[in-house]
Each structure stands twice: as C-alpha cells, then as structure tokens.
Design a protein around this ligand. Structure first.
Ligand code: ATP
Ligand code: MG
Length: 411
C-alpha cells in the first residue's frame, strides 16, 4: 500500500461521543468510518485486518471438518414462527421488513432456523451425520445500546458454525473439540493469555453454555476467574452450586470485567423439534437430529484486540493480524528511492509512506497510530552503511539491519 495513493487519512481527533480506546484509535487511524451509532464501515486497513482474523478462524474450523457456505441474510417469517422466535417479546433485537410482493421478512439476527431448514433437504439417514457447517455472515440486531465502537454494533460479522449429530454422545465429542479449537484460535489472534473458557447459562439441553471471555475494561460482562485452572464463571451462574459442580473455590477466584468474543451452545432438539429435522437411525427408526451452535464475532474480536493491545501512541497489532507487517519511510532523496525499491519487493507486506507533503515526525506518529508491527527507515545516513533502521512497535526496540537482512525478511 502506498500512502500517497490511498484515499484514507489519519485524524488528530475522534468523534466526541466515542469513549472506548479501540473506537478512537480505529477511527483516527482510518480503519473504520462511523455511519451512525452502532453502524460502521470497514475501510481498506480495517478490512484487511478483519479478513486476517477471518482467515485464522477459517483455517482452524476447516481443520476440524467444518464445511463453509454462505446463507442469505434475508429470512422468511414462517421459519421463525415455527421455532417460536418471530415475536418481538421473544427476540427483542429484530429488524423486520415487508416484501413489496407481499409477506414479511426478518434481517438475520442469527441462523439456527435457516440452517435447520436447509438440512431438511440433505439429512435423511444416520449415514449423513455428523455434519458441521459454518459461514461468515452479516447479522443485524437492533441493539438498544450500541457500545464501544465495533464491539457492539447493529450490523456485525459473525462466524456461526452448526453441528448436526445422531445423539448427545456424538455431539459432545465435537463440542469439546470446538472448545480446544477456540482456545487455539484466540491464541493465534494474540489474545490467548487473556481469553478464558467461561461457564455461562445454558438452555434446556445443557446446564451451561460456554462463553469465551477476554479480560477487557470496556467489556460488558463480569466473570469470576480461576487463573490456575484457566477457567471462569459468568456472574449470571455464579453461585455455590456452580462452584461445587466445577470444583472451584471462591477464594481462588478473581472478579474481572470481560468481553464475550465467542459463545458455544448445546441446542439439543430445540430446533430439530420445532422445525422437524429427523433422520432414520441404525434400526430404521425416525429420530430427531441433535444440534449445537458455535459463534465468534470477528468484528467484535478486532475491537477487543485493539482495546487490549494499544498504548498512548496508538494501536499495537499482533503480527498475525496486522494489515501490513512493515511501515516503510524513506528520508531524503536517496532514502526515498531505496524505499520505493524495497517496497516493490513485497508490496503486500508493506505500507510505503511516500507522502511528499508529510513531515518525518508525522509519518512516525502515523506508523505508531496505525499499529504496524515494524517501522523501517531508510535514510542517507543508514544507506551510507548499507543499512535500515528497524523499530519494533510493541517493545520500541530499535536496531540497524543490513539491507540484505531486511530483504531476506521480505521473502
Ligand atoms: P452479547 O451477550 O454480547 O449480546 P450474544 O450472546 O447475544 O452477545 P451470540 O448470539 O452468542 O451473542 O453471538 C455470537 C458472537 O457474536 C458473540 O460471542 C460476539 O462475539 C458476537 N456478537 C454478538 N452481538 C454482537 C454485536 N452486537 N456486535 C458485534 N458482535 C456481536
Ligand atoms: Mg452471550
């Protein structure tokens, strides 16, 4: 990316109504644009970051057998009437609309109904099971209070995975595999040390659901964390009975604020019952399909990472999800020429700050604000030694690398 050719610009200030650190920096650095409360656009830098998060999730879900597809965000009323969730008293975040041709639609808040109905076409025998399907798709929720920038919005991206199993046993094996996979995903996303499996309220088919909560001051949940055991309890199920069941001791628990980045549920027969999703079992008997659902919000995750990993100068992206790895600045005529040459070797990894009308100090400030992992400076002075100055955004450690050392990093 050449900054001289990019339409986005960094800003000195963020809108006054934005209070969270992540929202302020993401807006100022040009990752997102605010359309209205709880509604944001992802600009080129933001889209790249979001897509890197999506790709990490995709790789890990594919590795446990997930099949990716994409469903529509428009949902027919009848499926939701059948499941009992069309009513605004049951689901209070609906955006509903009418078809000009007649009939009502809902904009997808979630996709349990849609996936269950889809599977009626494809599941008939135990031989078809288990099935694991997922998507990255837009959800619309008429949230009463949008909060903390992209952490709680009215339109957001969700990775939603659904499992269809013969019975509870088959379901539970996959469920535990997803728990492990989620922890691995959050590790790769750079928030593994601060994200915990958290027991939360379940439904009629399991005592608990599992949330994945990341410690975060602007989070909306309160959890009780056992650091030695690496698990937590959401305050909604924090009581003597839960403590005993999970073998936790009140004395070892820390009360923390956290943000829910993922949530997994044993749905059981909740939807196969109401929408009549059945299969013929090994004895030829008709049985209901046993289901689970597994969500992660990549856009909220991006906000939470920005919230946790930043300093007074700006964002600090982990290498795996930074939109670009290097921020390259050429100083002086020779420096600028060399910088352009280096950029051409790996344009997909580098932001080249080749703006003519920006001072070096401004360029450095923008590099910090954008949170690019490494700032690389080429000047007449460094070139005299055939070197570049290489600065780590996270540690501020600065060193000189030979041109060849830097070039070998690029390949
Ligand atoms: P919350 O309790 O925060 O309202 P939820 O329990 O309703 O979320 P789910 O329906 O389980 O959320 O959605 C799965 C994931 O989608 C969540 O873990 C979160 O990462 C993300 N998510 C949910 N609501 C929003 C939102 N309004 N904006 C951004 N991401 C969201
Ligand atoms: Mg939740």
């Amino acid at each position: 990316m050449k900054l001289s050719q990019s339409f986005t610009k960094t800003m000195k200030t963020a809108p006054a109504d934005e209070t969270s650190v992540s929202a302020k920096y993401l807006l100022r650095a040009g990752y997102i644009y605010k359309e209205m409360a709880g509604v944001y656009d992802f600009l080129p830098l933001g889209m790249r970051t979001l897509e890197k998060i999506v790709q990490i999730i995709r790789e890990e879900i594919d590795a446990i057998g997930g099949e990716e597809l994409r469903m529509t965000g428009l949902q027919p009323k009848d499926a939701w009437v059948a499941s009992g969730r069309w009513n605004d008293d049951v689901l209070d975040v609906w955006f509903k609309t009418k078809l000009n041709a007649g009939g009502e639609l809902g904009l997808a808040t979630t996709h349990e109904e849609a996936f269950t109905r889809l599977m009626k076409t494809f599941i008939s025998s135990y031989k078809d099971l288990p099935i694991y399907v997922y998507q990255f798709q837009t959800k619309f929720r008429n949230e009463l209070r949008a909060k903390s920038g992209i952490m709680r919005t009215r339109e957001f991206l969700m990775k939603d995975l659904y499992s269809f199993s013969e019975n509870r046993e088959q379901h539970e094996e996959f469920y535990e595999l997803v728990v492990k996979t989620y922890l691995k995903i959050f590790d790769r996303l750079g928030i593994g040390d601060s994200t915990f499996r958290t027991f939360a309220s379940g439904g009629s088919f399991s005592k608990y659901s599992d949330e994945f909560q990341t410690l975060c001051d602007s989070g909306e949940d309160i959890i009780y964390l056992d650091r030695d055991k690496n698990i937590a309890i959401n305050e909604e199920v924090y009581n003597p009975e839960t403590l005993a069941q999970l073998g936790l001791n009140e004395k070892n628990l820390e009360k923390c604020k956290a943000a829910e980045v993922g949530n997994i549920f044993t749905l059981g027969y909740r939807y196969s019952d109401t929408l009549d999703l059945c299969f013929n079992d090994r004895d030829g008997k008709r049985q209901k399909v046993f289901m689970g659902s597994y969500g992660i919000g990549p856009s909220r995750v991006m906000g939470v990472i920005a919230e946790r990993l930043s300093d007074n100068k700006g964002l600090i992206w982990p290498e795996e999800i930074a939109p670009y790895k290097y921020y390259l600045v050429g100083i002086g005529e020779e420096g600028a020429k060399k910088a352009a040459e280096l950029y051409a070797k790996a344009p997909d990894n580098i932001i080249l700050d080749d703006r003519i009308n920006a001072r070096t100090g401004e360029k450095f400030a923008d590099a910090d604000l954008m949170g690019i992992p490494y700032r690389v400076v080429v000047s007449d002075k460094t070139l005299a030694e055939e070197k570049v100055e290489f600065k780590n955004r996270k540690t501020s450690e600065t060193k000189l690398l030979t041109l060849n050392e830097f070039i070998s990093k690029l390949s």
